[in-house]
Design a protein around this ligand. Structure first.
Ligand SMILES: NC(=O)c1ccc[n+]([C@@H]2O[C@H](COP(=O)([O-])OP(=O)(O)OC[C@H]3O[C@@H](n4cnc5c(N)ncnc54)[C@H](O)[C@@H]3O)[C@@H](O)[C@H]2O)c1
Length: 274
């Protein structure tokens, strides 16, 4: 059921690689809620072609941009305003990549060139996007920027390796830039800390399947899926959350507040005490 929450709003959605991507679901929901937007991804991801299906479905244009490249981002924000006919109201940062994870390098042996690459792609890219948008004055007052993150920024998950540190940086950038952009232009910046989700980026993490099941057994509501994450992002883009900024918001079925569940206790063979 749609509520017209984003009627008349213009956006930029990064990171839709295929139909499993969280960004893909956000684009579908934003379209249902009346938004118009530009889709963007790294030129290399574009070659896979699937994003064109989403563009057709949502009546969107695609503007390729490597999120680490300031010239690409300047072109993205400039052209998006031309295509959409005005300033931007919402931006989704849904970009993550760690070469250390891809190459299965343990955290303690991290390759620093790969580490720097991960920081640039997955965290600094948010700073670059915001800096470009601010310089161009491309985002409307009360505009909303959401970046996706994971709880490894607060608690240790050994297999998440350098991405844990990178997500901590991403969340910090959202707070720091959120202060400055908020004071100057009332632009809101938040991170959404999402449950493990079966996507290309998610499934690349070692032991993801077991970990997915573990998180599902801990969370009272179970893992939040990509579609419900998209619904949450839509509320954050809408005017109903105008005073929410500089927050890291857990969207995880209650996982982050649960120590242990009876489900997990039973799996460990511990019987309930009366
Ligand atoms: N899947 C999970 O379990 C999970 C959980 C919490 C948070 N997240 C976060 O959600 C976000 C989206 O990931 P996803 O799970 O939908 O996976 P995904 O693989 O579908 O999306 C990652 C996207 O990043 C894009 N990307 C990589 N390098 C880029 C670059 N240089 N410039 C522009 N785009 C680039 C990829 O092309 C891809 O579209 C990521 O930030 C991820 O860390 C995912």
């Amino acid at each position: 059921m749609a509520y017209n929450l984003l009627k008349g709003k213009r956006g930029i959605i990064t990171g839709a690689l295929d139909e499993n991507s969280i960004a893909w679901k956000v684009a579908e929901k934003a379209h249902e809620e009346g938004a118009t937007f530009v889709l963007t991804n790294a030129p290399i991801a574009m070659r896979m072609g699937e994003i064109k299906v989403l563009a057709e479905k949502t009546g969107s244009e695609i503007i390729p941009a490597d999120a680490t490249n300031v010239d690409d981002l300047t072109n993205l924000f400039t052209k998006s305003q031309e295509v959409l006919g005005g300033k931007i109201d919402f931006v989704l940062h849904s970009i993550g990549m760690s070469v250390n994870i891809r190459k299965k390098i343990p955290y303690t042996e991290s390759n620093y060139d790969y580490f720097m690459k991960g920081i640039d792609v997955s965290a600094m890219s948010l700073h670059k996007m915001l800096s470009v948008a601010r310089k161009l004055d491309a985002i409307n007052e009360w505009g909303s920027v959401v970046a996706l993150t994971y709880m490894a920024a607060q608690r240790t998950y050994p297999f998440y390796t350098d991405m844990a540190d990178i997500k901590a940086m991403l969340e910090s950038i959202a707070r720091s830039f959120g202060y400055h952009y908020g004071v100057e232009k009332k632009v809101r910046i938040n991170t959404v800390s999402q449950s493990p989700t079966k996507t290309t980026a998610g499934s690349g993490i070692k032991g993801f399947g077991d970990f997915f099941d573990f998180a599902n057994a801990i969370a009272p509501l179970g893992n939040a899926d990509a579609e419900s994450c998209a619904n949450y992002c839509v509320t954050l883009f809408s005017d109903l959350t105008k005073m929410v900024t500089m927050q890291n918001l857990f969207h995880d079925g209650g996982y982050s507040s649960t120590g242990i569940s009876m489900d997990v206790m039973e799996r460990l063979g511990v019987e309930e005490q009366s």
